[in-house]
Design a protein. Structure first.
Length: 124
């Protein structure tokens, strides 16, 4: 045989590997985590997303600078207010608002139980 699989496809000999990518970026994951819990500590966001706390801090700074969230100090904690009317940054998605993404993952009445049925758009 010439190194091809039983169907004649050279790719069928390649070892199976775990997917190392995701449809959402870390910025998207952090935004969703803060939408789910605006009082969440960045340490907890880091654990949820699977990145370092320093990375989360940089992402939050990016999101704040981009106008996607506002950070307010309440006592010893930060509270994050999202701005779902902001549009996606990439030209291919710029006609969409981030509230659409948040609603898809956060507000899912009768869905997976993640959301509470309220629209994220009402938070701004």
């Amino acid at each position: 045989m010439s190194g091809r699989g039983r169907d004649g496809d050279a790719r069928s000999k390649a070892p199976a590997r775990e997917a190392e990518w995701t449809f959402l970026t870390n910025h998207g994951h952090v935004l969703l985590a803060l939408a789910r819990d605006p009082h969440c500590r960045l340490r907890d966001v880091a654990e949820l997303v699977g990145i370092t706390e320093r990375s989360v801090q940089a992402i939050v700074a990016d999101l704040e600078a981009g106008g996607y969230l506002t950070r307010t100090r309440v006592g010893r904690r930060n509270v994050y207010r999202l701005h779902p009317q902001r549009r996606f940054r990439h030209p291919a998605e710029s006609r969409h608002r981030i509230g659409e993404l948040l609603d898809l993952f956060i507000s899912s009445p009768g869905g997976d139980g993640e959301g509470d049925g309220r629209s994220v758009r009402s938070r701004d």
